[in-house]
Design a protein around this ligand. Structure first.
Ligand code: TXA
Ligand code: MG
Length: 315
């Protein structure tokens, strides 16, 4: 198990020595290494058991650093950065050669993001390099939204976990491909399509999964708890000696034991549901559920990204 705390200097020391640490972001916790050190980056892939064809996001301390790592930056990308960084949006840009190939899985583009998390921004200001960081979970499992989640699964792989408490967004960043003439949304996430379209106008969405070379990490099956998840709540739920859990947006079912119901947001707010989503999926495993039914949210705002995660968890 790793040491957990808020000591920036401990985190800096680990990273300077080429080790991995857990970092808080507003979306989910990341498993971070010096992005400019290929050996350190390689250890991210092995710790997560992540296939090498799945590129990593590079976290920077401010939008000004875009120029250091990316080139041919289109105007619309600058506008997105200005409007939403620090925040839950990753921009895919043509990379400069300073970014090692292992970070981008050989692609000529790099994903950049300025996270909106005080401790991690302070950490980035104390480093001479940006941070490559995927979500800090074993490949395919539910993403971590607390330092304890990171410790539970990757505690042995990290030298330190910076503790920023519970993530305030709760699902991963929205990914926008900015390597072409116009923006293309590759992953639904913590920034709604509506917010992005307020800057770009109507945006093309290409989140189709397995065969999409633009976002190789967007596999159909992802974010999965061990508990078998099914989308939709049956009209009548059979109670046997292994009761199923219900993951509900806001309203309880009156015809089912309350202790097996998990409400994402009692007030019916998608932002709150996002914050609770991954910890709820983890709880199903912690409590030993073998089966759960999940209700989808209305397809708007963050509801779209939450539904995307639920469907992949169920695939
Ligand atoms: O919110 C987030 O984005 C979190 C926090 C830690 O920042 N990170 C995260 O990383 O979700 P990860 O590795 O779990 O997901 C990154 C996704 C992958 O699906 C990957 O395929 C895509 O970003 N990606 C990264 N670089 C890319 C590139 N150059 N071109 C296309 N997709 C890229
Ligand atoms: Mg991930």
């Amino acid at each position: 198990m790793a040491q957990i705390g808020t000591d920036i200097h401990a985190a800096v020391n680990c990273l300077n020595e080429g080790n991995l640490i857990g970092i808080p972001t507003e979306t989910v916790y990341g498993l971070a290494a010096n992005a400019l050190n290929p050996k350190a980056v390689a250890s991210i892939f092995s710790a997560k058991n992540r296939p090498h064809f799945d590129p990593l996001i590079v976290h920077i301390g401010s939008a000004l650093q875009m120029e250091e790592f990316a080139t041919d930056i289109p105007d619309y990308a600058r506008k997105l950065a200005k409007a939403f960084w620090p925040g839950p949006i990753t921009l895919i840009l043509r990379k400069k050669s300073i970014i090692p190939d292992i970070v981008t899985s050989g692609a000529d583009t790099v994903g950049l993001r300025v996270p909106d998390q005080t401790l991690t921004l302070e950490l980035l200001q104390n480093l001479k390099f940006p941070l490559a960081a995927p979500s800090a979970n074993p490949f395919g499992y539910v993403s971590p939204t607390s330092a304890q989640h990171v410790n539970a699964q990757l505690g042995n792989a990290v030298c330190y976990i910076l503790d920023g408490g519970q993530c305030k967004v709760g699902i991963e960043s929205t990914i926008i491909d900015c390597s072409g003439e116009t923006a293309i949304l590759l992953r639904l996430g913590g920034l709604s399509v509506e917010s992005i379209e307020s800057i770009t106008g109507k945006i093309e969405i290409n989140i189709s999964s397995h065969s999409n070379p633009k976002a190789p990490g967007q596999l159909d099956s992802h974010y999965s708890p061990h508990c078998k998840l099914e989308i939709g709540i049956p009209e009548k739920i059979v109670m046997d000696n292994q009761p199923a859990a219900l993951v509900l947006f806001s309203k309880q079912r009156t015809d089912y034991p309350i202790n097996h119901q998990f409400i994402l947001s009692a007030e019916g707010i998608a932002e709150e549901a996002a914050v609770n989503l991954f910890s709820t999926l983890r709880k199903l495993d912690e409590l030993g559920y073998k089966k759960a039914f999940a209700e989808l949210l209305p397809e708007e705002g963050l509801g779209r990204a939450i539904n995307d995660r639920l469907k992949r968890a169920a695939f």
